[in-house]
Design a protein around this ligand. Structure first.
Ligand code: ADP
Ligand code: MG
Length: 616
């Protein structure tokens, strides 16, 4: 082969290019951050691979990134002696948007939004940011250690097409030549570039070299323009909050400072340094199964891999940072990580530090904790179920809205709940619903409001799953107020009274059951209701209406279970049934109960007809 081949970008790439160029004009300089971060990744990868195969570096010792400007040709060239790419890697990596989260994110957002929020810069737009300042980009690359000195040249004007050809390539690694647009000439200034590099890339551990200008000699000399230190290896005492914030930003590309950080040096049986951050905002891809890892693992300051699964439990996936250990061999693979005692110990210690930090924050900086809870509360709830060994600690960090709070903000703790429980109360009561309003307005709450008993109002998606796996807190079980009997709420007199009323309604209930046979399993006289005429409940061990609706919306097969209908014997509409068990009225009582718990009517038109008939 020799001739040039032309390819077309994936459509997403063209869309991304367009969006990027329009939304980043206040932040164009990030192109350099992106290209340098790729170059440094490539060098990290090569260092890592050459540990097991030292022919890969072809005798080269210094691995670094070079940034050069040619004013006459109007180019900026970024060269790395990193791992390089094969032809198929170029096609795969440079012709597609690898990160599926990015794609999804772009779909849900228009140009204006992206621009306003500055969001697009936050997740790293990658290689294509080159086209913000360049109208033509040439990338020449050769895989380190490849036989023959042939490389690949990729060229594109960023307009939907790119070409690829084989070229001679004496050096391994990647060279990227940006042909700068006429109106972006400001970037052809070396001082400007040095400024950008120290802003974004000071903490990149690879040296970034630029030409050193000296008057005396004509030889070209280079000097490193970034600090190239391992930030986390520095002494805590020498670091200011500002430094921590800056490192965080260069690590995550987040524009906002983190909520807090934990910096620990551990020496002894195990030797490692961890610098972990809790961001102030949930990342856009927190719910994306394919999101990128947030923890970078280093072995003796050599980057090993970016990972979340082994180093952090899933529910702490928002934690970002660095773990650097001297106790892992450098050629560790993901498989080795999975079974590693070292990793396991580091992970356990990190989790417990994070939980302790959160506990401290909740106690000493409640406002900060409120921010944390708003952003990450939903994920923390997963932890109660996922991390059994820390369940009690996590449970104490949970915050809830209850029937005693003024609004939907989740502030109540389980500890407080238990402290203010009533004398004979045997359970922590909760109700689940699709929204806070639906929970708050639920007829099931009536008796609890009347008796001034606190009930947790749960309306986050994870709640159903969490409570059904929760077990006990402080030895007290959680109990849904929409399931089973509420025996323990009734006093002896109440029970007697209930039996009497039940007898009274025996005949009514029998007739109702005939009418509603297809919809309900049982009809009972209720002690839950004081204002509403009826409500639905589930059997103690059934999933309940809300859970059923969630499962269905997730496309799950749900066994059809019939609810129990409870009626309020003191309500005038129910009393009316004693004179005549009217079919329309009975149906309306059922439909109302279903509606008020957020269910959907099978036949809304029929309901309206019946209502109108009754009103007449
Ligand atoms: P990301 O860095 O988030 O993966 P990019 O768009 O920046 O996304 O880069 C896409 C991919 O292209 C990288 O993952 C890498 O495989 C490859 N790549 C980019 N630049 C280089 C480079 N200088 N050397 C080797 N591979 C590179
Ligand atoms: Mg990148």
């Amino acid at each position: 082969m020799a001739e040039k081949q032309t390819h077309t970008f994936q459509t997403e790439v063209s869309q991304l290019l367009d969006l990027m160029i329009h939304s980043l004009y206040s932040n164009k300089e990030i192109f350099l951050r992106e290209l340098i971060s790729n170059a440094s990744d490539a060098i990290d990868k090569l260092k890592f691979e050459s540990l097991s195969n030292d022919t890969m570096v072809e005798g080269k010792e210094d691995l670094s990134v070079f940034v050069e400007v040619d004013k006459a040709k109007k180019t900026i060239t970024i060269t790395d002696n990193g791992i390089g790419m094969t032809e198929s890697e170029v096609n795969k990596n440079i012709g597609t948007i690898a990160n599926s989260g990015t794609k999804k994110f772009l779909k849900g957002m228009n140009e204006k939004q992206a621009q306003d929020s500055n969001l697009i810069g936050q997740f790293g737009v990658g290689f294509y940011s080159a086209f913000i300042v360049a109208d033509k980009v040439t990338l020449i690359t050769r895989k380190a250690g490849a036989k023959g000195k042939k490389g690949i040249q990729w060229t594109s004007a960023g307009k939907g097409k790119y070409s690829i050809e084989k070229v001679d390539c004496p050096d391994f690694g990647t060279k990227i030549v940006l042909h700068i647009k006429d109106d972006e000439a400001e970037f052809l200034d070396e001082q400007r570039l040095r400024g950008i590099i120290s802003k974004y890339s000071d903490h990149i551990t690879v040296p970034i070299m630029m030409v050193k200008h000296s008057e005396k000699s004509d030889d070209i000399e280079y000097e490193a323009v970034n600090k190239a230190n391992a930030f986390w290896a520095q002494d805590k005492a020498d670091l200011k909050q500002k430094d921590y914030d800056e490192f965080y930003k260069s690590l995550t590309f987040d524009f906002e400072a983190p909520l807090t950080q934990l910096h620990n040096k551990v020496e002894g049986n195990l030797n490692y340094t961890s610098l972990l951050y809790i961001p102030s905002k949930a990342p856009f891809d927190m719910w994306e199964p394919k999101r990128k890892g947030g923890i970078k693992l280093y072995a003796k300051r050599v980057f090993v891999m970016e990972d979340n699964e082994e180093l952090m439990p899933l529910y702490l996936r928002f934690v970002k940072g660095v773990i650097d250990t001297a106790d892992l061999s450098l050629n560790v693979s993901r498989e080795i990580l999975q079974g590693s005692k070292v990793v396991d110990t580091i992970r356990k210690a990190s989790v417990s530090r994070i939980l302790k930090e959160l506990e401290k924050m909740a106690k000493n900086k409640p406002e900060k904790y409120a921010t944390f809870w708003k952003e990450f509360g939903m994920v923390m709830k997963e932890g109660v179920v996922e991390d059994f060994s820390n369940k009690d600690k996590i449970a104490k960090l949970l915050r809830f809205a209850t029937n005693k709070s003024d609004n939907a903000t989740q502030t109540a703790t389980l500890e407080c709940y238990v402290k203010s429980m009533q004398k004979d109360q045997k359970a922590i009561y909760y109700i689940t619903a699709e929204t806070y309003e639906a929970a708050k307005g639920s007829p099931h709450l009536e008796v609890f409001n009347k008796k001034d008993i606190e009930v947790l109002l749960l309306s986050d998606r994870v709640d159903e799953w969490m409570v059904s796996n929760f077990g006990e807190f402080d030895g007290i079980p959680l109990k849904s107020i929409a399931k089973g009997d509420l025996e323990d709420l009734d006093s002896k007199e109440d029970k007697k009274e209930k039996e009497k009323v039940a007898k009274d309604f025996e005949k009514v209930i029998k007739d109702m059951q005939k009418i509603l046979d297809a919809q309900v399993k049982e009809i009972k006289v209720s002690s839950r209701l004081s204002e509403s005429p009826s409500c639905l409940i589930a059997d103690e061990n059934e999933m309940g209406g809300n859970m059923e609706r969630i499962m269905k919306s997730l496309g799950q097969d749900v066994p059809d279970t019939k609810p129990i209908l409870e009626i309020n014997p003191k309500h005038p509409l129910v009393k009316k049934l004693k004179t005549k068990v009217d079919e329309d009225l009975v149906n309306v009582l059922f439909d109302q109960a279903l509606l008020s718990e957020g269910g959907q009517l099978k036949d809304p038109a029929e309901f309206v007809k019946r209502m109108n008939k009754l009103i007449n």
